[in-house]
Design a protein around this ligand. Structure first.
Ligand code: ADP
Ligand code: MG
Length: 281
């Protein structure tokens, strides 16, 4: 089912023999009650978040399949409860050999793994190693989302992490997911506002010593004229990662080249210099 069709499928529940609802195919009990507090998003939890233990998670469709992860649309709601359901994006990292962790090595320098068994399994590429990698990426992305959220960077609210799955706020509305900046049609004045917002995001991150590490018009969503940054598993601590400066520079080039191609000039070296100044401020 396409994401566009999801609004028609809200609140379809199977009522069991004794009148109590039971999860059907494509449904599960809400995983929220079983999630330990440290694996839940920052408090206060937003009003729109359904936290009832009676809620179901219903998979409404695929938002996007990717190389390392797939993103699904999930509705979390209490069957029969007419109040607003939570609409969530589930990003599921692949734990199998088919995943392609192309961004591994350069980002992980300066990070540490839990134990040597995991380190060896990842190096060997065993199936256990793949699931360790998938879980590490999910946790890394969840932590980065929480950190960005606490710094006031516009990211989807991180709801929870559970193994290889992150649940986060769905950025979009009844007509579907918010477009990526790469697909957004913007007037000249909108482009200038987008660039300003992206620059603000990068400055705030640099003030905390961080670079996105995979920033491009594909990892920026445009929702009602506001930019939201996504895809953060590889967020780089610039001081501790030997590739930190190079990755920060690449982010600047990716962003500025895109705006320049769209007719809005942007000097990547100037941007890089401004960000480096923040690092040492
Ligand atoms: N929270 C979200 N809300 C709406 N769409 C999302 C959300 N997270 C991801 N997406 C969509 O899924 C795509 C892939 O997600 P992303 O995190 O960039 O993973 P990857 O690029 O590693 O496959 C995005 O380009 C975007 O279209
Ligand atoms: Mg992406």
């Amino acid at each position: 089912m396409s994401v566009d069709a999801f609004s028609n499928t809200f609140s379809l529940y199977n009522v069991g023999e004794f009148g109590a609802a039971e999860p059907e195919d494509g449904q599960r009990w809400s995983t929220w009650p079983a999630i330990t507090p440290s694996e839940r998003g920052p408090e206060p939890h937003p009003d729109w978040l359904v936290t009832s233990a009676a809620a179901f998670d219903t998979e409404l469709g695929i938002v996007k399949t990717g190389k390392e992860a797939d993103v699904f649309l999930i509705e979390r709601a209490v069957p029969g409860d007419p109040s607003q359901p939570s609409i969530l994006a589930a990003k599921r990292y692949r734990g199998t050999e088919t995943s392609d962790f192309h961004r591994s090595a350069q980002y992980h320098e300066g990070r540490r793994m839990r134990n040597t068994r995991d380190t060896r399994a990842v190096a060997r590429g065993s199936s256990y190693g793949h699931s360790v990698s998938a879980g590490r990426w999910a946790y890394a992305e969840f932590e980065a989302l929480c950190r960005m959220h606490s710094m006031g960077v516009p990211v989807p609210y991180p709801v929870q992490v559970n193994g290889t799955e992150i649940l986060m706020e769905f950025i979009g509305d009844d007509s579907g997911a918010a477009p990526r900046l790469a697909q957004a049609k913007g007037s000249v004045s909108q482009l200038s506002s987008y660039l300003e917002q992206v620059t603000d995001i990068m400055l705030t991150m640099a003030q905390a010593g961080l670079a996105h590490g995979d920033l491009s018009a594909y990892n920026l969503l445009v929702h009602h004229d506001r930019i939201v940054v996504i895809d953060l598993p590889q967020v780089v601590d610039i001081a501790s990662n030997p590739n930190g400066m190079a990755l920060l520079h690449r982010d600047c080039v990716n962003v500025c080249d895109w705006f320049t191609r769209r007719g809005h000039n942007c000097d990547s070296e100037e941007m890089f210099a401004a960000l480096v100044a923040e690092l040492f401020a």
